[in-house]
Write a protein that binds this ligand. Structure first.
Ligand code: 1CP
Length: 368
């Protein structure tokens, strides 16, 4: 038996992939049924996650490859999902830049000393060795690729630069993002400086994740909706575009096949056309966007991911809502998902119903 410590470093002998549905959908190839996964599929709605979590602090889970691997696999054991996503958090990048973040029960991630003024940028570690600081994520990815035994592809991820900037300034969640937006209006140059720093680190981090075994990548620009068209175009779009372009270029330069990339700019209705003109292969949309409108705006060149309201899983007639979503998106160039992360009080059986319904309905539609 090879130990976890050895498997964490073995990037050469991954088991062959048995289910490539999501990769085919991302590349625009035919899929006999719609691939499906759920954002935050590893998490508190699963009793087995709460059990592990009760014994370990959140960031200890992220930093311990065997634990991160275990909670990544939990939803894969239970449901017929078509992708796994490595258990980690978008806030590991601010941590790598030298900021302390704690997970406070009932409150969520909290920065001990958020950025208050542009002069605080000097305190960040500008020459951070990403591969060294975040090597624990790479080890978790490599180990998980082995332990998945090729059942489904493994997704790596990072936060979008504006979303990370917002957390670094707000110090945690916020209703308005008014402190972070104040920077955008008042300290334009310093905002761009911070966003560029985040882009550089994110590119290295995502390339490192692919080298470690990630088979797709998703960028979570979860706070896009706070911006509106003008601020989004100025402070998010170009940086999201650069991340994708640079990750793909660096992989080609390193003679590694680029992997499909997904962008989730939550709330960015106004930017669907622009996002479709970037190099991202998949545009992920939230539940407030109408499927047909999304298709029209995004066009035929990109795959769409989304977008069931996470609360629709509570409905007595969830199957009907899932059927409607599939009928509207169609079965091709489509990855079924929720419009945002699954909530902690969802019953695991409700996610099972989502997965099974997507598969059954789409197989049926493809057969007719
Ligand atoms: C399970 C979990 C995670 N993060 C947090 C939790 C719950 C904390 C706990 O157990 O105490 C805290 C945790 N981490 C964060 C939050 C949101 C805080 C807030 O804005 O109020 C919380 C509660 C920050 C965060 N973290 C993440 C995002 C982007 C996605 C999104 O928009 O939801 C964001 C915004 C990404 C993330 N976070 C996580 C994953 C795991 C992989 C999976 O999807 O299964 C991923 C992809 C894991």
């Amino acid at each position: 038996m090879t130990s976890d410590t050895e498997l964490c470093k073995d990037r050469d002998n991954f088991p062959p992939l048995k289910n490539d549905l999501i990769l085919r959908a991302a590349r625009g190839e035919y899929t006999e049924m719609i691939p499906v996964w759920a954002m935050r599929q590893a998490g508190r709605y699963l009793p087995e996650f709460r059990e592990v979590r009760s014994k370990h602090e959140f960031f200890t889970l992220c930093r311990t490859p065997s634990l991160a691997c275990e909670v990544t696999l939990q939803p894969i054991r239970r449901f017929n999902l078509d992708a796994s996503i490595i258990f980690s958090d978008i806030l590991v990048i601010p941590q790598a830049l030298g900021m302390d973040v704690e997970m406070i029960p009932g409150k969520g991630p909290t920065f001990i000393r958020p950025l208050e003024h542009p002069k605080d940028l000097k305190e960040l570690e500008h020459d951070v060795d990403v591969d060294d600081k975040l090597g624990y994520v790479y080890d978790a990815i490599t180990l998980t690729r082995h332990k998945l035994e090729g059942r489904v592809p493994l997704i790596g991820f990072a936060g979008g630069p504006w979303t990370l900037m917002a957390y670094m300034i707000e110090g945690g969640g916020s209703q308005t993002m008014s402190k972070a937006k104040q920077w955008l209006y008042r300290y334009e140059d310093e905002s761009h400086q911070l966003l560029r720093l985040l882009v550089d680190i994110t590119v290295k981090f995502l390339v490192g994740q692919v080298k470690a075994g990630a088979q797709l990548l998703q960028v979570f620009e979860s706070h896009a909706g706070y911006l509106g068209r003008d601020l989004f175009n100025k402070y998010s779009l170009q940086y999201l575009r650069d991340i994708c372009k640079n990750v793909k270029r660096e992989l080609v330069d390193a003679k590694i096949d680029p992997v499909p990339m997904i962008v989730f700019a939550r709330g960015a209705h106004y930017a669907l056309q622009e996002l479709a003109s970037t190099d991202y292969d998949v545009i992920s949309v939230d539940w407030t966007i109408d499927p047909k409108e999304a298709r029209n705006k995004i066009g035929g060149q990109s795959t769409i991911q989304g977008n069931l309201d996470p609360c629709a899983l509570y409905a007595n007639k969830a199957k009907k809502l899932i059927g409607k979503m599939i009928a509207e998106f169609g079965t091709q160039r489509y990855i079924a998902n929720l419009g945002h992360g699954i909530y902690p009080n969802v019953e695991p059986s409700q996610l099972d119903c989502f997965v099974e319904c997507v598969h059954a309905y789409s197989k049926n539609l493809n057969a007719t």
